[in-house]
Ligand binder design. Sequence first.
Ligand SMILES: [Zn+2]
Length: 108
Amino acid sequence: MDSFAPRRVRASWQDTMATIVEYTDRKPPKNEYPRRIVSPSRSGPCCFTDMEEVGTAQQEERWVFQYRRCRKCGFTVRVILREIPDTALAAALRRTLASSFMRNVPEL
Ligand SMILES: [Zn+2]
């Protein structure tokens, strides 16, 4: 099991997950968590040594993640704390499906 590694977090999975972070260089950095976070589009040398946690750990699909924001420049990333193993996810899904009998249940 990998320990979590913030340095390896890149924008690639930002594309596939909904995020409250807006990356722009045209607006000043702003922390309006949990509604919105405005972040510079690039991290600087200050980032990853001076990051602070924003909010609490959240789960989305197979990931448990948390926002981290640089105290100096405001650069924000979603750091994956852990990936939920298939077995645990399947069990959680079964519980969810069992309690949501009104929905169409896809074959797993
Ligand atoms: Zn920074």
